[in-house]
Design a binder for this molecule. Structure first.
Ligand SMILES: *Cc1c(COP(=O)(O)O)cnc(C)c1O
Length: 430
């Protein structure tokens, strides 16, 4: 019994087997990446069926780590979605810049917990640096605080949590202590084409999706500021920069003007679209975005940082950190940045590493080129599709193209043909 235990745990202590395992992972990853352009984007039916082999009872006994990894590659790699291939156009999903993956591997070997500075000084410094860099890149107010979260859903939650708490604090109500029971009413004002993630945050925050006051939107999904309800100091207003269907950007400046005159808080859901702020050519659409109180943005979409990587940016450092403060006798605060004060999480991985690597390697010029290329490609797609008789439903303002054939039947038939062309195996299985 004792011997058996030693034989499994010493894989971590034995440098030879540890490096063999890492070499294997590197080899398998290389095989996966090399095969990306020859495989269907969505896994072939046979690959999906092969996953059944993983569905076994919980193993009672240990297995050889090399065999575990080989099995994951054998079954897992073919059934992964080829999201990083050049042929992936699903959802608003990002690919991956190579240096980010390489940096992630290095940080994976560090395996840092980033709750406190004393747990990871390097993470703490990189968070400070990236906070400053992102604020500079997106032309947000100097001193804006950033929390590094897993994506925009949690970033929206965080921004709205900070806003809710701050609005209540101004009315003499400490919601962290007293909760929402008996609290002054908080209103939520949301555009008609807001993302589902906004509704999810509102439900998680106890504000109630039934209470949402919806602001009508134009045909591109842009909130109409002259149709906003009368605002007050208890209102959270959510604007959107980058509509998932059209790429459209709400007139955030006009929204902020009304909201701030009434003492409301404005949060911007800028998951993929906030990166438009880096483009001098798009400044006219982004005017006034910097006036908001908090912003969400993903690094894992437009910026092509590996999943999961998002940020909550908040003009008031106090509002953000007081929303997430916690205490325990064993906590180790320092004069430096303690990551857990900026996010709902305590323990989390050093996800800022990949963001730092991408920003360091691209620089402002590189980020601008990346975004410009996405927008150029969207314009080209729209032009080529239009020339071939497809209907384009949106103004191409960012990297979204909304396309259909002349009727739904033809659109569905074409979609099926495209799927077959991607995966010839589909035809025989159906
Ligand atoms: C993708 C997206 C979200 C959700 O972001 P996650 O990173 O998936 O949590 C929210 N809002 C908009 C506009 C989005 O495009």
């Amino acid at each position: 019994m004792e011997n058996e235990q030693i034989s499994t745990t010493t894989h971590w202590a034995d440098p030879d087997s540890f490096s063999l395992l890492l070499d294997k992972a590197r080899q398998f990853a290389g095989e996966y990446i090399d095969g990306l352009e020859q495989r269907p984007v969505f896994p072939a039916e046979l690959s999906l069926q092969a996953m059944d082999a993983l569905d076994e009872p919980l193993p009672e006994e240990p297995s050889d780590p090399l065999m575990v990894l080989a099995r994951l590659h054998e079954i897992g790699s073919p059934s992964a979605v080829a999201q990083t291939s050049g042929r992936y156009f699903g959802f608003v999903n990002g690919g991956m810049i190579p240096v980010a993956l390489a940096a992630k591997w290095l940080a994976d070997a560090w395996d840092q917990n980033t709750a406190h500075y004393v747990m990871s000084p390097i993470n703490s410094r990189l968070e400070e640096i990236c906070e400053r860099w992102v604020v500079d890149l997106l032309l947000l107010p100097v001193g804006t605080a950033a929390g590094f979260v897993c994506g925009t859903t949690i970033a929206n939650f965080s921004g709205l949590c900070a806003g809710r708490n701050e609005l209540l604090r101004r009315r003499g109500w400490d919601v962290a202590k007293r909760g929402l029971y008996g609290a002054p009413r908080i209103r939520v004002i949301v555009g008609a084409s807001a993302h589902a993630a906004v509704h999810k945050s509102i439900s998680m925050l106890g504000l109630g999706t039934d209470n949402i006051e919806v602001v009508p939107a134009d045909d591109q999904g842009r909130m109409l500021p002259d149709q906003m309800p009368k605002l007050d100091g208890g209102a959270l207003v959510v604007a959107q920069v980058g509509n998932v269907n059209s790429g459209a950007i709400d007139p955030v400046g006009a929204v902020c003007q009304q909201a701030h005159a009434a003492g409301s808080w404005v949060h911007v859901d800028g998951a993929f679209g906030l990166w438009a702020c880096v483009m001098p050519s798009m400044r006219h659409l982004c005017d006034g975005i910097e006036k908001a109180d908090s912003w969400s943005v993903d690094a894992h979409k437009t910026l092509n940082v590996p999943y999961d990587s998002g940020m909550i940016l908040c003009r008031s450092r106090d509002a953000l950190t007081s929303a997430f403060k916690a205490s325990a006798s064993y906590f180790q605060w320092s004069e430096h940045r303690d990551g857990m004060n900026f996010t709902p999480s305590m323990s989390k991985r050093a996800r800022v590493v990949e963001l730092w690597a991408v920003l360091k390697s691209l620089g402002r010029r590189g980020v601008q080129q990346l975004v410009e290329q996405l927008c150029e490609n969207a314009r080209l797609f729209a032009q080529l599709l239009r020339e071939r008789g497809f209907q384009i439903h949106n103004d191409i303002v960012f990297n979204q193209v909304l396309v259909s054939c002349e009727d739904d039947e033809l659109t569905t038939a074409l979609e099926a043909r495209r799927k077959e062309a991607d995966d010839p195996g589909e035809r025989t299985v159906k």
